[in-house]
Design a protein around this ligand. Structure first.
Ligand code: SAM
Length: 248
């Protein structure tokens, strides 16, 4: 059968595309795109003429059988999203799962991913990290999400809209404390690329002073909970609780 290529595309600067991605986009029988008009801009920049098919969150499950049939007929297909790596807070998961279940070939053409690009310049520990996707847009849900991560020791990576940055960072101050280190990476690879790192409290003041920071796209990275060597470990507390329950 043919191969489904999962092709990463740039997250801003159109030069951030690999030679292999350009070759695959030229050679496949069809390109499945999150938004065909958006992808057309990339294709025309590189003078690539190829057929496109729309595949987004709302039609992915209907399209998966069609795409699988094309692959079984020996056709090769590229999947791209509007920016960065498909499936990472983007469509494609259902299709890839379906193809794997059918034992069809799925192969990655790696490239840009905003989460990894932001992590690579944040200056926070990268040996272990947790990708948390989009933060909820409503304050209550956002605070609950952050509260659940209060004890998370790993560096946390979020996607968020800059227009919500002040509300989000205010929630971080409230729920995780003003001392937590936060890094905002905005407009990565684009003209107004800004990477700013500070405590949540200072970052909030900085955002309030500069309305330009509330535009475009951003990745928010939060330092993990620093484990206090003198604190009673969570596991010990859980065991103590169990013991107490036994004694009742
Ligand atoms: N699949 C993409 C990837 O691999 O990064 C992510 C898609 S998700 C729908 C879009 C989010 O990624 C934005 O809301 C923003 O949080 C982040 N993002 C994308 N491009 C970015 C950029 N140039 N600078 C900062 N964040 C970006």
């Amino acid at each position: 059968s043919g191969t489904l290529y999962i092709v990463a595309t740039p997250i801003g600067n159109l030069a951030d595309i690999s030679q292999r991605a350009l070759d695959v986009l030229t050679q496949v029988d069809i390109i499945a795109c999150e938004d065909t008009r958006h992808t057309q801009k990339l294709l025309s920049t590189y003078s690539i003429k190829n057929k496109t098919l729309s595949l987004h969150d709302h039609n992915e499950r209907q399209r998966q059988d069609y795409v699988a049939t094309l692959l079984q007929e020996g056709k090769s297909i590229a999947l791209v999203s509007d920016a960065g790596t498909p499936l990472i807070s983007d469509p494609g998961f259902h299709l890839v799962r379906h193809c794997r279940q059918l034992n069809l070939n799925v192969s990655p053409i790696p490239g840009a991913c905003a989460a990894i690009a932001a992590l690579s310049v944040a200056g926070l520990p990268t040996d272990r990290f947790s990708f948390e996707g989009f933060l909820p847009s409503k304050t209550g849900a956002r605070q609950a999400t952050l509260a659940n991560l209060l004890e998370e020791p790993r560096t946390m990576v979020f996607y968020d809209a800059p227009r919500r940055a002040i509300d989000t960072v205010a929630d971080i101050v409230k729920v995780l404390g003003g001392d937590r280190h936060v890094v905002i990476s905005r407009e990565l690879t684009k003209t107004f690329e800004t990477i700013h790192s500070d405590t949540a409290e200072n970052l909030l003041a900085w955002l309030k002073e500069d309305p330009n920071q509330l535009k475009g796209e951003m990745v928010l990275i939060i330092e993990g909970n620093k484990i206090d060597a003198n604190a009673i470990p969570a596991k010990a507390i859980a065991t103590l609780k169990l013991l107490l329950a036994e004694m009742k």
